[in-house]
Ligand binder design. Sequence first.
Ligand code: NDP
Length: 375
Amino acid sequence: SACWHGSRTRLFSTTKISMTIMPAWVIDKYGSNDVLRFTRNASFPVIIYPNEVIVRVHSAGLNPLDVSMRGGYGAATMSMKRDPLNIKQSGSEFPLILGREASGVIMECGLDVKHFRERDEVWAAIPPWKQGSLAEFVVLSANEVSHKPKSLSHVEAAAIPYVATTAWSALVNTGGLSKDNCAKKRILILGGSGGVGTFSIQMLKAWGAHVTVTCSQNAERFVRGLGADHVVDYTAGAVEEPLRALEKFDLILDNVGGDTELWALNLLKPWCGAKFVTLVTPFLQNTDRMGIADGMMKTAATVATKALKHLVKGVHYRWGFFAPSGPALDEVREMVDAGQVRAVVEETFSFSQVPQAFEKMEKGHARGKTVVQIS
Ligand code: NDP
């Protein structure tokens, strides 16, 4: 197989990396933290399409999705993305490498890659059906990659891409916000102290919005430090009551889920295009539980029913999803290098401490991001 790897690489890329194995943290089955296994013999990534690049990972950012995926969350949908014709036998995704954020250096470019060269410093958010960044190297499409902000270290840069592209997808693509239309808008972020919240607060403040945030009382100073204008403590009792006393909102970003959608849509300004965008959706659970076809049907029916139910009250109900995007990261880079957005790294772990990093993530109560230093 070393030969095969080599020839595939030569066909589609300008240079040939002769390595065939690399160090990585992998899982061989889904489960709790003890399925994480360090190996020096993970398959070296291969350029299969001419628009791909191989990145040497310096730092990898972790997200709650990594903990969920370790346990098998989303496995049905990810298998379909990896193997749409369903040719491979089940379990062919293993050994699976987790880690959805990378900051590193381009090692090799496919023949069609125009915007990157070897040795460019880059950051990227990695689609969940691809091998992740808890490894020395990762292969990505060039359109998922972006030049890293010069003002950030690799550790800092690894804390941003997944949460930033998720926030971008939810707030810009789904929510319709942009740097030019936020000035008079009132935005509510449910769950402001974690990865997505800490990034979203900063981006919306940079765009001139008024930002209200819910979080635990002990995170109030922290989110105010990131620019939040108004903070409501959700641990002090029914959070909807203090929120109801406030002027209504133009957009709500929900990072919390659960019962929020029973009351939060009443906090929106009716009949003026206001939107509730939730990142907590049952899409992947549905496909895991019912299979792809039934799960997707159920999902479509659920979201359509909910959207219609709220539309008659004059507000929009939407689901937001992570979407990998180099171009979105290019815009985020400008904001970072202009000093408008900073990385919020709560804790850094070494490559040998990946299980401890997962344990930390599993405890919840994030105040920003967890990052693993690979090299
Ligand atoms: P984190 O774990 O980084 O942050 C969650 C934060 O919410 C913590 O700071 C937690 O702190 C706080 N929190 C918990 N409960 C509440 C509550 N009831 N009200 C207000 N704050 C609360 O998660 P992320 O920011 O990375 O992600 C947020 C959510 O979005 C997750 O559910 C994630 O799965 C989802 N997501 C979905 C994506 C998609 O594609 N649909 C993509 C990315 C994320 P404390 O408990 O101390 O209050």
